[in-house]
Write a protein that binds this ligand. Structure first.
Ligand code: GDP
Ligand code: MG
Length: 192
C-alpha cells in the first residue's frame, strides 16, 4: 500500500433522460437508500450531494463530493437551461428498458448536453466526455422492450474507440445503483 494522502474532489453530475425513466428514483435510492414508488417531479433543490470514496486507475484514493443535479420535471416541456449544464464533469444518460422512445431519445440528450457545454460536433462523432448510460427498471423483465444488446451497440457506436459505459439498474430493488454512481465518479476523474 502506498501512503499517499487521499485527495478531495468535487464533481458535478447531471442526470438526463426522458420524464418517467426513473431519474429522481435513482437519486433517491442512491442518496437515501429508499424507493417510494410515487411520482414526484421535483426535489426542491438544485442538487443533492453525496460523498463517495473511489480509487482511480493509478491507485490514488479520492474522496469525491458528488453534486447530483436532477431536473424538476421541466425536461417535458423545455430546455433545462445553461445553469443546469454549466461546469458538469459527468453526465448520466438514463432510459427505461420498457420504453423504446426513452431509448431513442438518448441521442437527443447527448447532443443537447454537448451543445450546452459548448462542444459542437456531428451527432455521432466520438467525444471524450464521461457519459454513463443507464438502462433503468431492470426489475421489469416481463415488459422489457430494449434488449441489452441493442443498447450495447449504441454505446459502441457513439463512443468510438471508447465505448460508453453502460449498466442496467433498478431504483426499486437497488440493483447496480451504487455501482453506477461509483463508475461515473471514476470515469470523471479519469477524463478530468
Ligand atoms: P423521472 O421523471 O425520470 O425522475 O422518473 P421518476 O423517478 O419520477 O420515476 C417515474 C416512475 O417510475 C415512478 O412511478 C417510479 O416509481 C417508477 N420507477 C422508477 N424507477 C423504477 C425502477 O427501477 N423500477 C420500477 N419498477 N419502477 C421504477
Ligand atoms: Mg424526476
Amino acid at each position: 500500500m502506498q501512503n499517499t494522502p487521499t485527495k478531495k474532489t468535487t464533481l458535478k453530475v447531471v442526470i438526463l433522460g426522458d420524464s418517467g425513466v426513473g431519474k429522481t428514483s435513482l437519486l433517491n435510492r442512491y442518496s437515501t437508500g429508499t424507493f417510494t414508488g410515487q411520482y414526484k417531479a421535483t426535489i426542491g433543490a438544485d442538487f443533492l450531494t453525496k460523498q463517495v470514496v473511489v480509487t482511480d486507475w493509478t491507485g490514488q484514493r479520492h474522496v469525491v463530493q458528488l453534486q447530483l443535479w436532477d431536473t424538476a420535471g421541466q425536461e417535458r416541456f423545455q430546455s433545462l437551461g445553461v445553469a443546469f449544464y454549466r461546469g458538469a464533469d459527468a453526465a448520466m444518460l438514463v432510459y427505461d428498458i420498457t420504453d423504446p422512445s426513452s431509448f431513442d431519445h438518448l441521442e437527443h440528450w447527448r447532443t443537447e448536453f454537448l451543445q450546452q457545454i459548448g462542444v459542437s460536433i456531428p451527432a455521432l462523432q466520438e467525444v471524450p466526455f464521461p457519459f454513463v448510460v443507464i438502462g433503468n427498471k431492470n426489475d421489469k423483465q416481463n415488459e422489457r422492450l430494449i434488449p441489452a444488446q441493442r443498447a450495447e451497440e449504441w454505446c459502441l457506436r457513439v463512443g468510438g474507440n471508447r465505448p460508453l459505459y453502460r449498466v442496467e439498474t433498478s431504483a426499486k430493488t437497488a440493483l447496480n445503483v451504487d455501482e453506477a454512481f461509483e463508475e461515473l465518479a471514476r470515469l470523471a476523474l479519469q477524463y478530468g
